[in-house]
Ligand binder design. Structure first.
Ligand SMILES: [Zn+2]
Length: 272
């Protein structure tokens, strides 16, 4: 049973909690660092002979086309992360479809392989946005990997979603992010902020438990998490901690993770 490694490829300033810190300057005025950080990640994956799925933001593809070429040439899978990084919960179905089509158009101009997968910005496939799955299928996508099967987060989560990979609609496979059931509660253990906050031993314990329960790990990270030197935005205290905590430990932890577990693309895990 193989595990799935996924990367949400976006810039260091794309998260919704960071927009207030840009102080009205906008994305165009910011330094682009994602290519350099993605190259660093590609080198780490190469060292561990590991393949991954990269969900790339359309806005970034438009500006740094070689990011797709380099990921693809290294043998990884390319997926879609929307165009403008807007939560689906903030969009009408018409706005979501327009954003998706824009992302698919810019990406399909560069990518050589077929695109199968989608990851929603901020994991915002929730009970309120399940309509988006039919739009993904209409545009040729085969799987979604956006559902966090938990209930405590203010932005995302479906509390009673199945923990395993499953058919969520007749046309779409869902690849939920890993959580473990522990003492009757669901704990996320799939990467991102959770990987930065938990000591590595705790992540390893939770991930081992996922596998014991017969589920492949579905893990995620971002290229900016390997960039401890990124500019710091002026954010409210809580969000500053949430976003920048332990950035200097991620490269070391990722190397340990890749030694302890073996990962591949989502496409290979679900057999597409
Ligand atoms: Zn994202």
């Amino acid at each position: 049973m193989k595990n799935a490694l996924s990367v949400d490829v976006e810039e260091w300033f794309c998260g919704h909690i960071l927009q207030v810190g840009l102080e009205g300057k906008g994305w165009e005025a910011q330094e682009l660092r994602a290519l350099k950080n993605t190259r660093k990640l590609l080198r780490i994956l190469e060292r561990h002979k590991t393949k991954a799925t990269f969900f790339v933001l359309g806005w970034l593809v438009e500006r740094v086309r070689e990011i797709i070429t380099e990921i693809e040439q290294a043998g990884h899978e390319i997926g879609i992360h929307g165009y403008a990084h807007v939560s689906i919960t903030e969009m009408s179905s018409r706005e979501f479809e327009a954003d998706l089509v824009k992302a698919l158009n810019v990406t399909r101009q560069v990518v050589r392989g077929k695109i199968y997968g989608f990851r929603a910005p901020h994991f915002t496939i929730t009970k309120k946005t399940l309509w988006a799955l039919d739009i993904l299928a209409k545009h040729g996508l085969r799987y979604d990997s956006s559902v966090f099967p938990l209930s405590f987060h203010p932005d995302y989560g479906i509390s009673d979603c199945e923990l395993s990979i499953h058919q969520i609609t007749p046309q779409m496979i869902e690849v939920p992010l890993s959580v473990v059931d522990f003492l009757g509660k669901r704990f996320p253990c799939a990467g991102g902020g959770y990987f930065r906050f938990y000591p590595y031993g705790m992540t390893k314990l939770f991930l081992t438990r996922c596998r014991r329960e017969g589920r492949p790990i579905v893990f995620y990270l971002h290229p900016w998490e390997l960039d401890p030197d990124q500019p710091r935005l002026n954010l409210p205290f809580y969000n500053r901690i949430r976003h920048y905590y332990n950035l200097d430990k991620i490269e070391y932890r990722l190397n340990r993770l890749l030694e302890d577990f073996s990962f591949t693309t989502i496409r290979e895990v679900i057999g597409l």
